[in-house]
Design a protein around this ligand. Structure first.
Ligand SMILES: [Zn+2]
Length: 335
């Protein structure tokens, strides 16, 4: 089974002084332990997350990919790198620097490592400029967060950005970040377990129920991480609400389930039954292997869940494991 993993992360080996150019107190930087194999993503003096070498060292990444038979992997920023809350020009400079570092990472094995760019989403003009620049420089698409503070994907500026990506044939991966919490999710990684899937569902529903999908060109290649979060499991609930309440359907002319052909999802759901539901809801042509490697909440044996999915036929499995991503990101599948 050929595997293209379209959802993985990197963090560049930038030190504290480098990050301080953006923000001395809060900008993320990488602390590498003396052995070189582990470290921490830091914010100021505080550890944000313990990490391992594959995150920043392409040789270590390739070794891990070889171990699990992944032919190609698409890397993107760790969401803490987005920089959306900074002044737009500073954020644009930061994004360009991170994007150049992502390409440097991929240059180790350019046929097998591809990158998605980040953009200064708080300024639609600068975001479009960086998306186009990165595309020309070699990025195979962009990754954006699912919201900007109180603005969701149906915000007119974000719709403008998505339309720009459609017009320039730049694929977009939407990743949840900055999870909703009112203080009740302090422990046990609850923001990642409860709020993250809801954030992704919120991103999808904001595009559907606002009618934004009616305005965004159909040519937009759009994907959502983590199997679309809570979306597939709760689609029946949303359709029922659309049928029964006029305030749900007031901006959305068609039943929500009719919009599933407007986007893709990755396969990172970690349960065979969930994957089966996801494929039934989205169709095998709209699910792509994605692992969230090399983080602890990612699939440790990339593609193992898919390899064990005996309810899929060979053709479906091949599309999910590599074919769909090859088409979506325009990657040479013969590698
Ligand atoms: Zn991720």
């Amino acid at each position: 089974m050929k595997k293209i993993d379209m959802h993985s992360h990197f963090f560049p080996p930038i030190g504290r002084e480098d990050a301080a150019r953006l923000d001395a107190a809060q900008a993320p930087w990488l602390q590498i332990d003396s052995g070189g194999e582990t470290g921490n993503i830091m914010m100021g003096d505080r550890s944000f997350r313990p990490v391992r070498e594959a995150l920043w060292n392409p040789a270590a990444r390739l070794e891990e990919l070889d171990r699990v038979g992944v032919a190609a992997q698409i890397i993107c920023a760790t969401p803490i790198m987005f920089g959306y809350r900074y002044e737009a020009r500073a954020a644009a400079e930061w994004a360009a620097r991170m994007n150049d570092l992502a390409l440097e990472h991929c240059a180790y094995r350019p046929a097998r490592l591809k990158a998605l760019a980040q953009v200064p989403l708080q300024d639609v003009e600068l975001a479009c400029i960086e998306a186009s620049r990165a595309r020309k420089a070699g990025h195979v698409g962009v990754q954006i967060g699912n919201h900007l503070g109180a603005r969701d994907l149906d915000d007119e500026h974000l719709v403008e950005f998505l339309t720009h990506c459609a017009n320039e044939a730049i694929p977009v991966l939407v990743h949840p970040w900055d999870m909703m919490t009112d203080g009740r999710m302090k422990q046990w990684m609850l923001p990642w377990l409860v709020a993250m899937p809801a954030e992704t569902q919120l991103g999808i529903l904001s595009l559907i129920l606002s009618g934004a999908f009616e305005r965004i060109p159909r040519s937009l290649k759009l994907a959502f991480a983590h199997g679309g979060g809570s979306f597939a499991f709760l689609l029946g609930r949303v359709d029922n609400a659309w049928r029964c309440r006029d305030i749900v359907r007031k901006d959305c002319p068609r039943p929500p389930s009719e919009y599933v052909d407007r986007f893709y999802v990755d396969s990172a759901v970690f349960d065979q039954r969930a994957l089966r539901l996801l494929v039934e809801v989205m169709g095998a042509e709209r699910v792509m292997l994605g692992s969230d490697h090399p983080f602890p909440l990612g699939e440790q044996q990339i593609g193992a869940m898919l390899a064990e999915s005996d309810w899929l036929d060979e053709q479906q499995r091949g599309r999910i494991s590599a074919g769909n991503a090859a088409t979506f990101f325009d990657i040479d599948i013969t590698l």
